[in-house]
Write a protein that binds this ligand. Structure first.
Ligand SMILES: [Zn+2]
Ligand SMILES: [Zn+2]
Length: 266
């Protein structure tokens, strides 16, 4: 059985000089490919060089995460589309989106940040549209605004994945109706997350992608140890119980969708 971690962040493992060990553990557990997702200028070049070093195992994306958006977002993004002329090039633009969870307490400040996030998100959606590449969406407490801005951008929804899906039935239906995708992390197995499990069932096995979002979101709720890509099969086991499908079927379907969605062939 082989698996793909469609969303992780490898920077902290690299900084702690444990990346080789982490990648070996991933291989041993059957996670043969992973996508390390960019969040700001400080990780894009690192991820490009890792994808060169671990060719065909580590793939990468470039994008400005909403939590890094401030007055300087225009200069932060200067030249970022240049990554698409490098080899290897990013397999998606992301993660981008809106995060209304951590906003300043001051109402005026909060409104200002929300507006900056929207401007920056719309700009990056436009770039993705021009490039025709997949887009990884981060939506936290901002699902409807994200959907609206994607609708307005004219982006092809079949290129859109909402990562770490943490909403319910209404929201998953909005994605399915538009032809977009949701990918799921370990939080789908946390207690009290019945609405996420319902959304998982609604989308079904044929449109499913799995991710760790490591080093965040441990498989065992509340665990302090850093999560890592080798955990994908554990998430897969839990999802297979919810979906009442075999683990083999799940590994096969999620791997082939992630391969084709992100074109993980070169
Ligand atoms: Zn995210
Ligand atoms: Zn992430």
């Amino acid at each position: 059985m082989s698996w793909i971690d469609s969303h992780c962040h490898l920077k902290s493992f690299y900084q702690k000089k444990v990346l080789d060990v982490v990648l070996r553990r991933a291989m041993l557990s059957g996670v043969e490919k992973m996508i390390t997702v960019g969040t700001n200028k400080s990780d894009w070049s690192l991820y490009q060089s890792l994808s060169q070093q671990y060719l065909k195992t580590v793939f990468y994306t470039v994008g400005l995460h909403p939590c890094y958006v401030d007055d300087n977002w225009v200069s932060e993004l200067e030249g970022f589309s240049g990554f698409w002329s490098l080899s290897p090039s990013p397999v998606a633009l992301g993660e981008i989106g809106l995060d209304y969870f951590r906003l300043p307490k001051n109402i005026v400040q909060a409104e200002k940040i929300r507006n900056l996030q929207k401007e920056c998100f719309s700009f990056q959606l436009g770039v993705a549209s021009d490039l025709g590449c997949p887009v990884i969406i981060h939506a936290r407490n901002a699902f409807d605004d994200c959907v609206r801005l994607i609708d307005e951008s004219g982006l092809d929804w079949s290129n859109v994945v909402f990562h770490c899906f943490s909403e319910g039935m209404d929201e998953i239906e909005k994605l399915i109706n538009r032809g977009g995708y949701a990918s799921f992390t370990a939080i789908v197995s946390y207690k009290n997350n019945d609405q996420i499990r319902s959304a998982l069932k609604k989308q079904g096995i044929d449109r499913l992608m799995l991710e760790t979002d490591s080093p965040y979101l441990p498989v065992n709720q509340g665990e302090k140890k850093a999560n890592e890509p080798s955990a994908v099969p554990l998430i897969g086991e839990s999802v297979s119980l919810t979906l009442e499908k075999s683990v083999e079927d799940l590994a096969c379907k999620t791997t082939s969708l992630a391969q084709s969605f992100f074109s993980l062939y070169n």
